[in-house]
Write a protein that binds this ligand. Sequence first.
Ligand code: PMP
Length: 410
Amino acid sequence: MNAPDGPGTRLDPWFDSYAARAHAMRASEIRALFSVANRPEVVSLAGGMPYIGGLPLEEIAEMTRRLVLEQGEVALQYGSGQGDEGLREHITQVMALEGISAHPDDVVVTTGSQQALDLVTKIFIDPGDVVVAEAPSYVGALGVFRAQEADVVHVAMDADGLVPEALEATLGRLRSEGRRVKFLYTVPNYHNPGGVSLSLERRPRILEICQRYGVLVLEDNPYGLLGFDREPVPALRSMSEEGVIYLGSFSKTFAPGYRVGWAVAPHAVREKLVLASEAAILCPSNASQFAIKAYLDHADWQGQIKKFREQYRERRDAMISALEEHIPEASWNVPDGGFYVWVKLPPGLNAKSMLPRAVTERVAYVPGTAFYYDGQGADHMRLSYCYPTPERIKEGVRRLSTVVDAELET
Ligand code: PMP
């Protein structure tokens, strides 16, 4: 293959050697933003970084010290490809909070749920296979699907999450076109970036439709325990053991730095996931898994989640009241959990082309186009309220309003 003209490609002497899937890989819009958004003078409403400052750091430091001194021989060694059995036992208890009954043998520990997304995609997707996903959908999952050369077909969401009728129509159309749909990728709770949740009433309907079309459900649920006003809703996995692969994570309920997530899958799928994970990383980090076990054993982790919920609720409130005050000409949903507000810009504005101006005004967000496979979404942006303090959030939205005003004038 000849290198198409372009500065990046001509500078890379190995361009012609890459596999087709490497050509399909792209830097996400979020990644390109990170270097700018992390500058101290910029209020970043872009990344989904949890508020680590809310954790009991002294207690965690002491646990880590004891862990290394008392269990270092094992914790600093290689471990099992499927993950530490003790941690898998704990994970089943965490999932019980969302109605899931699973055996530790059903669980595969992964390096964040991101690795689980990669493994599931590797074992199911051949180039050109279809993944059905919400419109919009999590940017990191889209990156994985692209890297494995899947085709993503988006299905509409509304305030109650994925719309069953739209799913049914899409699966029917894809079937009549002879396309191979491998799975439905869904974030049913406090969607990233949509902020909405799939209603309880729709859950069995979505499962029934997928079952009828022979489509597996990939349920990605990092935010399910982070609701502000209500108790967790039963997971899709709690309603179907054979039709759902469930992904969980300690990134938002504890800390992403440990990079520990997990997958729960039907037995045969689980075997493939373990093989794929062993090929990729041999085994997940024992040190991280032991640290999480110690935290779950000794810290008040449920009390900490409650604190996170209160902190994030306060930040959500700060963002919504700042939007009402400063950018009333935009529209948005009010999320009742999670990290994100999905904002529709006033007519005529383009979130992607507006971004350089926003960065000049020292505020960052993610343009809606990052969350679609096909370039839609320029009329939206995702604002995250998880990381900045309420004061910084207000200042960030105020800065954003000057950008919106300037754009409306040009
Ligand atoms: N899925 C969703 C919907 C997410 O928002 C994220 C993190 N932003 C992930 C998966 C990945 O999380 P992790 O790898 O840290 O578990």
